[in-house]
Design a protein around this ligand. Structure first.
Ligand SMILES: Cc1ncc(COP(=O)(O)O)c(C=O)c1O
Length: 394
């Protein structure tokens, strides 16, 4: 099933798994059926068995993009994450998690793991020793997210993979922020790659799904539990996902460019306090990101120079093109406060420990013209300056 001999751009469009019907249509027909003849095929087809033509077509494409052998599609990114963890673990096991994680993943660990007697540790550093010292005799998995949501923290994937191999552990990575266009963790030694497809893979802010891409052997283990958990996707969504994937590479390349330009623009602006973007030379993970990513991604985060609620509200209200909204990865540029969205369910102390302040803003760059976006940001930042008047910090 492995098919990594062509480019990302081409793999987004073509798949080796072709179920073209007699009409000769170049698109995969939508098989809007939840019922299939069970007598002739080698395996019974059923949406919750993750084996409809529409599901398989997408998995094949994602395998080509992520350089994996097999995978599964789920009804959300969280369904992909929870199924992966619960399928690979058993009561009494322990997982080492990177501490910089999407808030929903953090909540899953904190609220569900204790119910099933699953242990966990969070590692805040990102070198080999940090991970190694967190490993316990019952550790089974190391789980990371790089670049992380929302602070764009970078972890050296090959270092984590090497630690895991030494201790005979499985490695899982949430690759949502990078997308398979910018980063391929399986080729760097990870065992399982997860995506919230709701973000870049879907790319138009109109779909919710998740994906797991891995080896054939691990996919088989996941499959056995996924059938029981039942978080599969339907034919209509599958059609839209396949359609979205065709433009993934061009969308992400444009988002990379725009994010780079916006990060430079914000870094140079007098009203900005701090910018988090791995493409900036000043970012602590820049050198590692340059090695393991093809592009630095479309996500960035920043703090205004004035961080009080009035200044942040004035800034958000002053934007006209960039929409304050949850989620990310779509063609339109959106902005949000992680403290009030992606990380809202964490306690304030937990958030502050992660560095997710009340005033942090996260920008998901779309594919608009960069000058229109910088113009919008500049206008809103100048409103904050006017409002501050003589109270501007030095
Ligand atoms: C990095 C990351 N992983 C996973 C998820 C969960 O995805 P979903 O909302 O599709 O369940 C999100 C959602 O924001 C995310 O940002």
């Amino acid at each position: 099933m492995k098919q990594n001999n062509t480019s990302k751009e081409t793999n987004c469009i073509h798949s080796k798994f072709r179920d073209k019907d007699a009409s000769g249509s170049i698109n995969t027909p939508i098989h809007a059926s939840s019922s299939y003849d069970y007598r002739t095929p080698a395996e019974t087809v059923y949406p919750r068995y993750y084996n409809t033509v529409n599901q398989k077509e997408i998995v094949q494409k994602l395998c080509a993009l992520e350089e994996g052998e097999d995978g599964l599609l789920f009804a959300s990114g969280m369904a992909a994450i929870s199924c992966t963890l619960f399928a690979l673990l058993k009561a009494g096991d322990h997982v080492v998690f990177a501490s910089q994680l999407y808030g929903g993943t953090f909540n899953l660990i904190k609220s569900e793991f204790p119910k099933f007697d699953l242990g966990f540790s969070f590692v805040s550093g990102n070198n080999a020793r940090d991970f190694e010292t967190a490993i316990q005799p019952n550790t089974r998995i190391i789980y990371i997210e790089t670049p992380s949501n929302p602070l764009l923290d970078i972890i050296d994937i090959q270092v984590v993979a090497a630690v895991a191999k030494r201790h005979n552990l499985l490695t899982v990575i949430d690759n949502t922020f990078a997308s398979p266009v910018n980063q391929n963790p399986l080729a760097l030694g990870m065992d399982v790659v997860i995506h919230s497809g709701t973000k870049y893979l879907g790319g138009h802010s109109d779909l919710c799904f998740g994906a797991v891409i891995t080896s054939a052997e691990i996919a088989e283990v996941l499959y056995k539990s996924a059938v029981n958990f039942g978080g599969s996707i339907n034919a209509m969504d599958s059609y839209l996902i396949e359609r979205s994937l065709k433009t993934l590479a061009v969308r992400v390349q444009r988002q990379n460019e725009n994010a780079g330009l916006l990060a430079e623009f914000l870094s140079a602006h007098e009203m900005i306090g701090k910018v988090y973007y791995p493409g900036l030379k000043a970012h602590p993970g820049h050198e590692i990101a340059s090695r393991q990513m093809r592009g630095f991604g479309g996500m960035l985060a920043f703090e205004l120079k004035i961080t009080d609620v009035q200044a942040v509200d004035c800034f958000l209200n002053g934007l006209s093109l960039i929409q304050p909204a949850i989620s990310l990865g779509g063609v339109e540029t959106i902005i949000c406060s992680p403290a009030r969205t992606s990380h809202i369910k964490m306690s304030r102390e937990q958030r502050m420990e992660m560095g997710v302040t009340d005033s942090l803003l996260r920008l998901s760059t779309g594919i608009e013209k960069a000058e229109d976006l910088t113009g919008d940001l500049d206008f809103a930042l100048n409103l904050v300056k006017q409002q501050a008047g003589n109270n501007m910090p030095a």
